[in-house]
Design a protein around this ligand. Structure first.
Ligand code: HPA
Length: 270
């Protein structure tokens, strides 16, 4: 068994032993959106630092807790705070929780993030239809974990169509204006230049952000179904005069109630 596989099995067994057994869905909650995990009922909560082989979260707005329990009638395992490549985490660490979610038996993952809009403006909720991996990295480089999936995985349907249909139906029944588009992933931590954003627009991107792509690649590799939603917090570079993290935090704060309501309602229907 490869070293990584041993670590995944060890961590899954540890969490199971703590009572986190048979989750149906994994939730990966982005900047400022982690509050959703506070609504999980009958929670079992673990600090990241107490979980073997687990990474550490260093960004403000990312709590660094794993929360298991009931949400919208489903058993969920939620990451309150994800790991980013720009923090210096190897992609093996960034995507490790996704592999553990699979090992524990999850059917799908719901991935959320804050992103800059290319066309879409602050406050927009965008369902991710597809992504462009512009990180120059791939989390599957290295020995393939055959137990999870093939060496050359198909990414044609990484964002599960049936989940997207449910998301649109639920959004319209709630009166939420849910847009859809392509998420382009970069490593960060710099925001983009206006020239980069123009290039990304030409490539077909509707949103840009510093997360999600590695986790979704690993999820798709292992056959996990994926639903991705971006909270657009700002116009991407060049479409507004300047960018700063404060605006990202402020807009996330403004839309998080609508966001949480939408995610719970979607989860109930999956
Ligand atoms: N670019 C990259 N990541 C982001 C942005 C952005 O404009 N906004 C929020 N996360």
């Amino acid at each position: 068994m490869t070293h990584l596989m041993e670590k995944i099995k060890e961590t899954a067994a540890f969490l199971k032993e703590k009572g986190m057994s048979a989750p149906q869905f994994g939730l990966i909650l982005g900047s400022g959106l982690g509050e959703l995990a506070d609504e999980i009922e009958n929670p079992i909560v673990m600090d990241y630092k107490d979980i073997p082989n687990w990474g550490r979260s260093t960004v403000v707005g990312h709590a660094g807790k794993l929360v298991y329990g009931d949400l919208a009638g489903k058993k969920v395992l939620a990451l309150q705070g994800r790991f980013h490549f720009y923090e210096g985490n190897p992609l093996e660490v960034v995507t490790f929780p996704v592999r553990v979610m699979k090992a524990l038996g999850c059917e799908g993952v719901l991935v959320t993030n804050a992103a800059g809009g290319i066309g879409y403006g602050p406050g927009t909720l965008m369902l991710i239809s597809d992504h462009i991996n512009f990180t120059g990295q791939n989390p599957l480089i290295g020995e393939n974990l055959e137990e999870f999936g093939p060496r050359f995985p198909d990414m044609s349907n990484a964002y599960t169509k049936a989940y997207r249909e449910v998301a649109h139906e639920v959004a319209s029944s709630l009166g939420v204006d849910l847009k859809e588009g392509v998420y382009l992933g970069v490593t960060g931590p710099t925001y983009e230049t206006p020239a980069e954003i123009l290039a990304f627009k030409g490539m077909g991107a509707h949103a840009v952000g510093m997360s999600t792509v590695p986790e979704v690649i690993v999820a798709a590799h292992s056959g996990l179904k994926v639903l991705g939603i971006s909270a657009i917090t700002n116009f991407a570079a060049g479409f507004q005069s300047e960018l700063n993290h404060d605006e990202v935090v402020e807009v996330t704060e403004r839309i998080k109630e609508e966001f949480k309501t939408l995610i719970k309602a979607i989860l109930a229907e999956l």
